[in-house]
Design a protein around this ligand. Structure first.
Ligand SMILES: [Zn+2]
Ligand SMILES: [Zn+2]
Length: 77
């Protein structure tokens, strides 16, 4: 099944009908394939969302920004 469509809230008919990537790592999901990454412009076989973009450094900063408390410090390491 396609975890991308599932996360997007598509119906089970849609996300159970295909997979996200094939065994070679190419994107199969028609919805993700149509998506163009706003950070690196990847689309089609190598398409991904911003969140999964190799150029996206934001994901490493998420905990730093909100990590002013002791729990945040633990998440940093
Ligand atoms: Zn899909
Ligand atoms: Zn990208």
């Amino acid at each position: 099944m396609c975890s991308f469509c599932k996360q997007n809230g598509e119906s089970s008919f849609i996300y159970m009908g295909h997979i996200l990537k094939d065994e070679k790592g190419r994107v199969v999901c028609p919805i993700l394939r149509m998506y163009t990454c706003t950070l690196c412009g990847a689309t089609g076989d190598t398409s991904h969302t911003r969140k999964y973009c190799p150029l996206n450094k934001d994901k490493h900063c998420v905990y730093k920004k909100s990590g002013r408390n002791s729990a945040g410090r633990k998440l940093k390491r």
